[in-house]
Design a protein around this ligand. Structure first.
Ligand SMILES: [Zn+2]
Length: 126
């Protein structure tokens, strides 16, 4: 989904780059302040009865059952995502870019020999 995107400052008309947050000519904010993350849990037989808690920057934002999804607001920039479950709580970094403020994060509960953990499998721009 990468391509040439022409953006212009709404205040002075200056051309701005994809991921500029402020106009480099007049300082006007050209990027949205908020985007969103949709957490989509893949439907799997394994662990299907277990609801997974999703934390963003340490705050519980969603509880997601097998094969469902939830969309939460998220500011532009980096966020730490973790999934709370009995077997672990790995933290993964996700960045929301100004040019693509809405993203979808696919994850699944994977069975392991010793532990079973939710894992991110794909991230796409909406
Ligand atoms: Zn400007």
């Amino acid at each position: 989904m990468k391509g040439v995107i022409f953006m212009f400052c709404n205040k002075c008309g200056n051309k701005v780059e994809d991921n500029d947050i402020f106009c480099n000519k007049c300082g006007f904010r050209v990027a949205p302040e908020m985007g969103s993350i949709t957490f989509a849990r893949e439907g799997k037989f394994y662990g299907s009865l277990v609801a997974i808690q999703v934390f963003m920057d340490g705050i519980l934002v969603a509880t997601i059952k097998n094969g469902t999804e939830a969309t939460v607001p998220a500011s532009i920039g980096k966020h730490k995502i973790s999934f709370n479950l009995w077997s672990g709580n790995d933290i993964e970094d996700i960045e929301i870019f100004p040019a693509h403020p809405n993203i979808k994060v696919f994850f699944t509960l994977k069975a392991g020999a010793v532990t079973s953990k939710p894992r991110i499998t794909n991230i796409i721009n909406l």
